[in-house]
Design a protein around this ligand. Structure first.
Ligand SMILES: CC(C)(COP(=O)(O)OP(=O)(O)OC[C@H]1O[C@@H](n2cnc3c(N)ncnc32)[C@H](O)[C@@H]1OP(=O)(O)O)[C@@H](O)C(=O)NCCC(=O)NCCS
Length: 360
């Protein structure tokens, strides 16, 4: 096998005659890896990758597809490097994905070396990777990081550990079957309502009213500071109104739906929390992702996290009754969030590890 790395440039759409096929190849690989994790439908579509690649407002991106010279139109693996530009200027994000049938032949190593070269050439010092593993692989012995443990038996974690990375954060993957058990919903909803007087809830479907764009940006910025960060320190990640608008536009361009429920403090009119779902705009796809959830510190203890998540889940079931599964990932040290999820019926479905390497 003679491996060639083909750069994946930004394009407007998957039908791009020169490079669209590269995105189809990336989607095929992503789908195979998601299938290993239990749900091929959780993977990003080719169109969603096009949109993701094209948005370089917060990081400069480098993507490559690995092919064999003997069959150069078939993608075997792909890799990316992201170089943050708004802060975290010493860091880089990277990822390597190899088709299951093409593993243990050195492809992952070649691509990780390419990532590290890009990172070094950009003058960055710390490279971060994330690796997910399925529930069946989640068994002892574990490797322990600053705030949790992961199973080193998983291919991705072993691969990174053997190549000089260290565990920085461990996350639990969980899934919730939809629709939620009505008895559980009613009991939790009564509890949430009994504690959340003084707050008003808004649910927005794909479009956030003009007056709330900036407050939503402030919450997203706060999330980056307040979410448990494991063993990595992050700079401030600025979110303004334009970035929120771009996020919503990207969802539309990617063919993804977005539902958000936010909590407003009635006394002050301040937006103090939100929770988000996103899923493909495809009636044949049964999987949604739970995205970020945040309640500002001064407003914790009023069951707002639970109340928002219940309202958003009820909205999701009405809006997209074809959905039967929600996936999410939470840091092991995020006990309050995990407790809400467990109460709602989320069950463990594997894990995810953030690993880091200092480049010499
Ligand atoms: C991790 C991954 C990229 C490795 O790709 P690959 O082409 O098999 O990598 P290589 O052939 O260069 O190296 C294989 C290494 O992976 C590890 N590995 C692979 N499969 C493994 C398994 N089933 N159990 C334990 N270790 C495994 C080993 O460290 C192995 O190195 P070794 O044989 O020298 O011990 C691939 O399994 C993958 O795409 N996984 C899903 C995505 C992911 O988790 N990426 C890692 C984060 S960047």
């Amino acid at each position: 096998m003679t491996i060639q790395l083909i750069p994946i440039p930004p394009v407007g759409r998957t039908s791009d005659s020169g490079h669209g096929w590269l995105y189809e190849a990336v989607a095929t690989i992503d789908r195979a890896i998601s299938a290993e994790l239990g749900s091929a439908d959780a993977a990003r579509s080719a169109q969603a990758s096009v949109v993701e690649r094209a948005n370089e407002t917060t990081e400069t991106k480098h993507w490559v597809l690995a092919v064999d010279d003997a069959d150069p139109r078939v993608g075997l693996a792909w890799a990316f490097v992201g170089l943050p530009v708004l802060g975290d200027l010493e860091k880089a994000y990277a990822g390597v994905s190899v088709l299951p049938a093409q593993r243990r032949q050195g492809l992952g190593t070649v691509l990780l070396e390419w990532c590290e070269t890009v990172v070094r050439d950009a003058g960055r010092r710390l490279v971060l990777v994330w690796s997910q593993y399925a529930g069946v692989e989640d068994h002892a012995p574990y490797v322990t990081g600053p705030t949790g443990a992961v199973a080193p038996a998983s291919a991705g974690v072993a691969f990174a550990l053997h190549r000089g990375f260290h565990l920085k954060q461990a996350e639990r993957r969980s899934c919730l079957e939809l629709p939620m058990d009505p008895g559980v919903f009613a009991r939790l909803d009564a509890d949430a309502q009994a504690h959340s007087g003084g707050y008003r809830f808004h649910t927005w479907d794909g479009v956030i009213p003009d007056e709330w764009l900036e407050p939503v940006g402030r919450l997203r910025q706060a999330f980056a500071q307040q979410a448990p960060a494991g063993g990595v320190e992050w700079d401030d990640d600025p979110w303004d109104r334009a970035r929120v608008e771009r996020m919503l536009d990207d969802y539309r361009q990617a063919g993804r739906c977005y539902l958000v429920t936010a909590a407003e403090c009635v006394a002050t009119g301040e937006l103090v929390g939100l929770t988000e779902y996103t899923w493909p705009d495809d009636p044949g796809c049964p999987v949604a992702w739970q995205w970020m959830t945040l309640v500002l510190p001064d407003h914790r203890g009023h069951r707002l996290g639970l109340a928002m998540k219940l309202a958003n889940t009820a909205g999701l079931t009405r809006r997209a009754p074809q959905l039967t599964l929600v996936l999410t990932e939470n840091a092991h040290e995020n006990a309050p969030m995990l407790a809400i999820n467990v109460a709602m019926g989320f069950r463990p479905a594997g894990g995810s590890a953030m690993l880091a390497k200092e480049l010499g």
